[in-house]
Write a protein that binds this ligand. Structure first.
Ligand SMILES: Nc1nc2c(c(=O)[nH]1)N[C@H]1C(S)=C(S)[C@@H](COP(=O)(O)OP(=O)(O)OC[C@H]3O[C@@H](n4cnc5c(=O)[nH]c(N)nc54)[C@H](O)[C@@H]3O)O[C@H]1N2
Ligand SMILES: Nc1nc2c(c(=O)[nH]1)N[C@H]1C(S)=C(S)[C@@H](COP(=O)(O)OP(=O)(O)OC[C@H]3O[C@@H](n4cnc5c(=O)[nH]c(N)nc54)[C@H](O)[C@@H]3O)O[C@H]1N2
Ligand SMILES: [Mo]
Length: 811
């Protein structure tokens, strides 16, 4: 989230598109209710299904799964056509004025530089014109034909209300009504908030869906302001923390990059992190990259990381592919390239696509270790459960070891919520039976591996033998010790860079925040963005002061929000070029002639003059980006792409299938279907009454939603002779499931041009372990392909067929 849950109460308009907040985030959704009750805010929902969020909305429209880019680009087009643009914001705070290279272009659904064979773009034309002075050229009048604004105008001109009707199946008048409601929020004193989750991410172009809304929010001037923002509703209680501490295979904690094999040494790696400002006087905060990276390496390897050995840079693994995401790992497993799979707090057999392939992959392992408090399907993948897991046990040679762990409720630690609040929690129970904390188990493994290297040697043991491990109990580091390590401390006395007589942090003390981190080896920090969360003032994450002066919803004394306890990112953009709030009634920060003051921690140097320094300090431009340059693999603007399995051809180019740069493994390509055989669009989702695959182990939840079902419209049921409550078979090119039919008015057939599109909804909570009745989920059916940028699987739009199963009783 750019903003916070509590800030949603400050909005005028909520758009829930690509999520179902009332059911999947019911506690957070209360802030929508607050905004409606106390500010008269309105709620728009755009979803293929009439959800319980839709049930309390002011306006609802249905949309064909996987077509949101058309809707969003058409909304931007409508804003431009109807002059619903926050002009001062767009000109000064976005890259609208930047001039783009002549070679950049778009035609027939593709941008310049496409190479069909490599399934990739040469992105060199997706860049600004840079002058001899090293700065990007701009035209503040926005009249230059090659400025971002005019390129955007042309790009979105193809997306008309008629195209929305034809591609999204959303009636034109519904689209226009929504555009009108959104348009009101271009006024500087009106804000809209975007709440989204998997309805947008789980597509092969998921990142571009989100870009589309981010661009719209920038055009309306809604980023960095109270009641605005791009608000990703995170899933698992600590999934925000997972990405923050770098659990993605291509990340190092704090969103630093894992080196690739092209980064043959430290100098080469760092040469790509220069981040020279692209406009005069801009902050370009990533210029501090080296301080964060060296502090991380010092946290990892302490005294063994020295200037002489480039801070032990060589100890880090170097990626030979873009990333080792889960799809790639299972592909490799299936090809027999993986011996041991360590599966911690994860149930991929049910949660990843194409269960047939996953079963085959797990069967090729030598050893599978599962660390989990529950008996998961993944740990029991080899067991025959009749039709619910029909495997040939005797032919599977994988050895499986289950290590029972505690769950988060039996642990101390911190959970980072969607709003980046790091909230400390205390264990609420003692672990049952032989369950042990994850830290105990992992320490045990580390200590044993280290001892093996010590006793027997082996190639390149340095990274393991030199790993810092100074915990009071080396067999079980405490949550406190780990949290302090993430915050970081001074290894030598640290002085003010501008005043070398001023001591900031004495040797051995916790650093106050990341401004005290250094690149000369005098500091360490496990995760620079967490710096400030446990400093010499104590555990800031444990704070529980709910005072809310001026009723802004910021709660600056409640826990700790990274970075720097800032509650709204880019908050300098809440004020105009003179530093005066766009909306005085929703003041956030303000320039008082000398410095920034106000109700949040300024997201800019406190003395940076408003006319000189741009609000988007992480970008070398100082502005936000309507045109992303070469940052996204699939284009600097979002362009419409169909799902890999779609009933409709891409209107711009019928030859294109799915996202033209998404990675597809050869065997999977052969398993993608077309709509002549599989005519119906399926989408998958969760239910309020269950949490993934945990709560089916709980009798109360299992009673609330006892049985696997699929949802379909009354029209499709009539067409297929399916009875309400009757059994149906649903199958895709990859598998088949059996379910009860929920015939509902919540899903309607959609008219896309001359094609009627029927949608089938599939909830995901059933398996073959636990207290609930056995069942399936969507992932026996889903395709094995992910988003081109981040590899989130395409769970939300794929093709199936359906038929009634005759002869069985209707319950
Ligand atoms: N009770 C409960 N709450 C949970 C969870 C749980 O298991 N149970 N899981 C948590 C986790 S990990 C996560 S990630 C979040 C997920 O939170 P959400 O993303 O809100 O949940 P989903 O139910 O997966 O999907 C949301 C909606 O997207 C819609 N949708 C599908 N395709 C499209 C599309 O192409 N366009 C648009 N506009 N909408 C589409 C679906 O119809 C569905 O209503 O929920 C979290 N909260
Ligand atoms: N078709 C389809 N598939 C989907 C989705 C979808 O919308 N559609 N949603 C996707 C999403 S967003 C998600 S997040 C995934 C969820 O997929 P998973 O993460 O695989 O599902 P969970 O059941 O949440 O598994 C988490 C496991 O962690 C265990 N656990 C809990 N606490 C601890 C602990 O402290 N230590 C350890 N070691 N284990 C612990 C739980 O017992 C549980 O077995 O599913 C994905 N799959
Ligand atoms: Mo999730």
């Amino acid at each position: 989230m750019t903003n916070s849950w509590t800030d949603i109460r400050n909005t005028d308009l909520v758009i829930v598109m690509g999520g179902n907040a009332a059911e999947a985030h019911p506690c957070g959704f209360k802030w929508v209710t607050e905004a409606k009750a106390h500010r008269g805010a309105k709620l728009i929902v755009v979803d293929p299904r009439f959800t319980r969020t839709a049930a309390v909305s002011d306006y609802y429209a249905h949309i064909r799964p996987g077509s949101d880019i058309v809707f969003l680009m058409a909304t931007i087009n409508w804003m431009i056509q109807n002059d619903k643009v926050q002009w001062e914001y767009v000109k000064n705070f976005t890259n609208a004025a930047f001039i783009v290279k002549d070679e950049f272009g778009w035609s027939e659904g593709l941008f310049s530089g496409y190479d069909a064979e490599k399934r990739d773009y040469d992105k060199s034309s997706w860049e600004y014109v840079v002058g001899e002075d090293g700065f990007a050229q701009v035209d503040m009048t926005l009249s230059h034909p090659r400025c971002v604004w005019n390129l955007l105008k042309e790009h979105v001109s193809r997306y008309t209300p008629e195209l929305v009707e034809q591609v999204c199946g959303t009636p034109r008048d519904r689209f226009l009504h929504i555009a009108g409601m959104i348009g009101e929020c271009s006024a500087p004193d009106k804000t809209m908030t975007s709440m989204y989750a998997l309805g947008w991410t789980q597509h092969s172009k998921g990142s571009q869906n989100i870009r589309g809304m981010a661009m719209l929010q920038l055009i309306l001037g809604n980023i960095g302001v109270r009641g605005g923002g791009m608000n990703a509703l995170r899933g698992h209680s600590n999934i925000q923390g997972l990405t923050d501490v770098g659990l993605m295979s291509n990340l190092i904690p704090g969103y630093l990059n894992m080196p690739t094999e092209k980064d043959s040494d430290w100098a080469t790696y760092m040469s790509k992190k220069g981040f020279k400002p692209l406009r005069p006087g801009q902050t370009s905060y990533w210029q501090n990259y080296q301080k964060f990276m060296v502090s991380f390496l010092k946290a990892m390897w302490g005294d063994a990381a020295t200037a002489g050995n480039d801070w032990a840079f060589d100890y880090l693994p170097k990626l030979d592919v873009a990333n080792y995401d889960i799809l790639r790992m299972f592909e490799m497993m299936d090809k027999g390239q993986v011996n041991l799979y360590f599966c911690q707090g994860f149930n991929p057999l049910l949660s990843f696509p194409n269960r047939g392939k996953l079963t085959s992959a797990l069967s090729k392992l030598k050893l599978l270790v599962v660390m989990d408090p529950l008996e998961t399907e993944t740990a029991h993948f080899w067991e025959n459960h009749g039709e619910h897991n029909d495997v040939d046990t005797a032919s599977i040679q994988t050895e499986v070891i289950e290590l029972p762990t505690t769950s988060f409720a039996e642990d101390d630690g911190s959970l980072v919520n969607s709003g980046r609040w790091m909230q400390w929690h205390w264990a609420a129970g003692t672990p049952p039976g032989q369950a042990q904390r994850d830290t105990w188990i992992m320490s045990g493994i580390f200590n044993r591996v280290k001892k093996l290297y010590q006793d027997e040697g082996g190639p390149f043991p340095d990274a393991i033998l030199n790993l810092t491990w100074n915990y009071a109990d080396p067999h079980e580091p405490s949550a406190e010790e780990l949290a302090k390590e993430l915050n970081g401390r001074a290894l030598e006395d640290v002085y003010d860079l501008k005043d070398p007589t001023k001591l900031l942090a004495a040797k051995g003390k916790q650093v106050a925040n990341f401004s005290q981190l250094r690149d000369d080896g005098s500091t360490m920090a496990g995760c620079w963005i967490f710096s400030g969360s446990w400093n010499e003032d104590g555990n800031m994450m444990a704070r529980r002061d709910n005072a809310d002066p001026d009723e802004t919803g910021a709660y600056l004394g409640w826990t700790y929000a990274w970075p720097m306890n800032r509650r709204i990112l880019y908050n300098r953009a809440s004020a105009d070029m003179q530093g005066k709030p766009w909306d005085p009634t929703r003041k956030l920060i303000e320039w008082n002639g000398e410095k920034w003051t106000g109700y949040d921690v300024p997201d800019i140097s406190p003395t940076a003059k408003p006319e000189e320094v741009g609000p988007f300090i992480m970008n070398p431009e100082g502005t936000s980006r309507l045109f992303t340059r070469g940052m996204m693999r699939d284009g600097p603007f979002p362009t419409h792409m169909e799902p890999f399995e779609s009933p409709i051809a891409n209107v711009f180019n019928p030859e294109l299938r799915g996202n033209p740069v998404a990675r597809v493994f050869a065997d999977d390509l052969a398993q993608f279907a077309t709509s002549d055989e599989f005519p119906f669009v399926a989408t998958s989702y969760r239910l309020t009454e269950h949490f993934h695959y945990w709560t089916k182990h709980n009798r109360i939840n299992s009673a609330l939603q006892p049985e696997f079902f699929v949802e379909l419209s009354a029209e499709l049921a009539a067409e297929k002779g399916i009875e309400k409550g009757g059994w149906v078979r649903v199958w895709s090119k990859r598998g088949s499931v059996k379910a009860k039919a929920l015939v509902t008015g919540r899903i309607k057939p959609m008219q896309c041009g001359d094609k009627t599109v029927h949608c089938i909804g599939i909830p995901l909570h059933w398996g073959f372990m636990g207290a609930a009745r056995k069942g399936w989920g969507p992932n026996s059916l889903t395709p094995f392909v992910g988003d081109a940028n981040v590899e989130t699987p395409e769970f939300k739009a794929f093709l199936v067929n359906i038929e009634p199963i005759k002869g069985e009783a209707v319950s």
